[in-house]
Design a protein. Structure first.
Length: 252
């Protein structure tokens, strides 16, 4: 990590960032949490800026911003950033894509591990499960559309539990409140107390690009600080940290 920070510091000398230290308030989705938490301290130490982060779900962040909650930078799905820009909640031209991630599968620990190597096998596993847990975020929306595509929407509906906003599917599996679940790779791959089955097969995989946008009402020096933080998180040198936590750095 020291090497990463040194490299990014050199990059910051090429592209100057605000000299005046600022406090940045960030609204962010949990799918990026582990990589973000590893990358943020180096940014603060290098720049003198302070980052305060409020973690939430996609649905709650959309409601918070619609209700007028104050933020300087938001990290959420790219399509939502575009919607915030269109609604003049985020500055035009401020979108910076940060990372992308696919959907993964996991099950409660100790149960026989199913074959999920193909779309057909995933369908069989879903139908065999007593309870399937999905998130309230992009992965959950996609998986429920996938049920319909597979022709099992009705069968799956009767056994599907939708996790509370901001909660991880892993929590339900760990408590024994579900025996099969789907969420982003970054939110399942490193959790203990469950059996990680891996990403969806390529034929049914989908990727969500997590992006960032600067508040339309943010003022200097916060705007410059927020943009510097975007550049830090998006830098190619941050790629190994993202990969370690199940995320990909692009191209998008």
């Amino acid at each position: 990590m020291k090497t990463l920070f040194a490299t990014l510091l050199c990059a910051s000398l090429i592209t100057p960032i605000a000299v005046q230290a600022a406090d940045i308030r960030v609204l962010a989705v949990g799918a990026v949490k582990e990589a973000y938490l590893e990358l943020t301290p180096g940014f603060e130490a290098t720049t003198g800026h302070k980052v305060t982060t409020v973690w939430s779900s996609t649905a709650l962040i959309k409601k918070q911003i619609a209700d007028g909650e104050q933020f300087d930078l938001v990290i959420i799905g790219a399509t939502d950033i575009e919607a915030f820009i269109a609604a003049q909640k985020a500055q035009a031209g401020s979108r910076v894509d940060l990372m992308k991630v696919g959907v993964a599968m996991a099950m409660k620990e100790g149960a026989p591990k199913p074959d999920v190597s193909s779309a057909a096998k995933v369908k069989e596993a879903i139908l065999a499960a007593k309870t399937v847990v999905v998130s309230t975020g992009p992965s959950g929306d996609y998986v429920q559309r996938l049920f319909a595509t597979m022709g099992i929407a009705e069968a799956a509906k009767a056994k599907t539990v939708v996790a509370a906003p901001g909660a991880r599917v892993a929590e339900y599996l760990q408590r024994g409140e579900g025996d099969f679940g789907f969420q982003m790779v970054s939110e399942l791959a490193h959790e203990s107390g469950l059996t990680y089955l891996g990403p969806l097969p390529a034929e049914i995989q989908i990727y969500t690009v997590y992006s960032s946008g600067v508040s339309s009402v943010a003022k200097e020096p916060v705007v410059a600080a927020a943009k510097a933080f975007q550049a830090w998180l998006a830098a190619p040198e941050a790629g190994p940290v993202k990969k370690k936590h199940g995320l990909e750095g692009g191209p998008f």
